[in-house]
Design a protein around this ligand. Structure first.
Ligand code: GLY
Length: 360
């Protein structure tokens, strides 16, 4: 079993990864929640039928009293009504402050269950059992939990670090190709922002089959990069912004497709390519970088450009959390493997992004 320790003082925790480890979820959770009697498990309608039984059996065998709540699969579930329902169900179950909430699923389940855990009874322990590639390399690590509001995604939330992130790479075998590719966008992002050798390794093995043949090491590399960034900037006031490479522009693309035409990973992939082009036009990024990012995204079936009009760019830039007054910090590449936050006027960013779409 590969293990990484996220060192955050009394909020420190392990990220553990091993094929088949969900079968022993109970023992792993017992080790980090020694006083817990009850575990409230949240999963979704896709993941529950696949892995819910395995996890519940293991929790029961370890002596936990457990309840499973299945939410509808999909981003629409990250809403205030479902959150409130979760709180009520947790209290109905008799959850106390020494008990814990377990998220079994992808980013939606982790974000919603995590926010419920952060807030019910003013906060209870939380365990992440991520089952998608995106959740394993990104959203399950770092403690960001949230729901979506009418005004945008993740606009009500908290920082609530898990007690444990336990990932079983075997769960990736049941993902459809598009969901796997979505996660690859974040995997590629780590190469772009922090690890040239990792980027080259992905480029030399550009298929799902090859990635899966070395998946524990891919997960380890991504989580290790995220671990370092989170340790340095837990509350996202500085270096953690670098993890948002491709995301500001990606949010514009998600909005352009009304959050249905493009998935988050697809929008981030196209956003990374545009961010690379933006970096070239601002004199920060070497001219050969956009083509390399584009080729790697395309190899994993990700789009490399998405149509977007100036109004959509303006609203996405306006609501970005990295904005301050009339300026915004956009993440650019000084080279593949090194990212930098570049402060610029929002209006200039919107004008430049709009001009790229006009270039044939
Ligand atoms: N997904 C970006 C972060 O955790 O900061």
């Amino acid at each position: 079993m590969k293990t990484l320790r996220v060192a955050l003082g009394e909020r420190s925790y392990d990220i553990r990864m091993e094929g088949g480890c969900l079968k022993n979820a109970g023992e792993h959770i017992r080790a980090v929640c020694p006083r817990a009697k009850k575990l409230f498990v949240v999963t979704d309608s896709n993941v529950g039928p696949l892995y819910g039984g395995t996890v519940l059996d293991s929790l029961e065998a370890t002596g936990f009293d457990r309840r499973l709540l299945v939410i509808p699969a999909g981003e629409e579930s990250k809403n205030a009504a479902l959150l409130s329902n979760l709180w009520e169900e947790m209290l109905e179950f008799g959850l106390t402050r020494t008990d814990a909430v377990v998220a079994l699923g992808g980013g939606v389940v982790g974000d919603l269950a995590g926010f419920a855990a952060a807030t019910v009874l003013r906060g209870v322990d939380f365990i992440q059992l991520p089952t998608t590639l995106l959740a394993q390399v990104d959203s399950s690590v770092g403690g960001k939990v949230a729901i979506d509001l009418r005004h945008g995604k993740n606009l009500a939330g908290a920082f609530h670090q898990p007690k444990l992130v336990l990932m079983d790479p075997e769960t990736l075998s049941t993902l459809d190709d598009q969901t796997f590719s979505d996660g690859m966008a974040e995997v590629i992002k780590y190469g772009c922002i922090a690890d040239r050798a990792f980027f080259d390794r992905l480029a030399a093995h550009p298929s799902r089959k090859e990635i899966m043949s070395d998946i524990e090491s891919v997960l380890y590399t991504c989580c290790d990069i995220k671990r370092q960034v989170v340790e340095e900037d837990e509350l996202d006031t500085g270096r953690r912004m670098l993890l948002n490479f491709g995301h500001t522009i990606g949010h514009a693309y998600e909005l352009a497709g009304n959050y249905t035409a493009w998935t988050h990973g697809q929008a981030v992939a196209a956003g990374m390519v545009t961010a690379a082009k933006l970096g070239v036009s601002l004199g920060v990024t070497p001219a050969d970088v956009p083509q390399q990012v584009e080729a790697l995204c395309a190899a994993f079936g990700l789009p490399t450009s998405i149509p977007c009009d100036i109004q959509t760019y303006a609203s996405a830039v306006g609501r970005d959390k990295k904005g301050a007054g009339t300026d915004i910090s956009v993440i650019l590449l000084e080279e593949i493997g090194r990212a930098v936050a570049h402060k610029m006027p929002k209006a200039q960013l919107v004008r430049l992004l709009n001009s790229f779409d006009k270039i044939p």
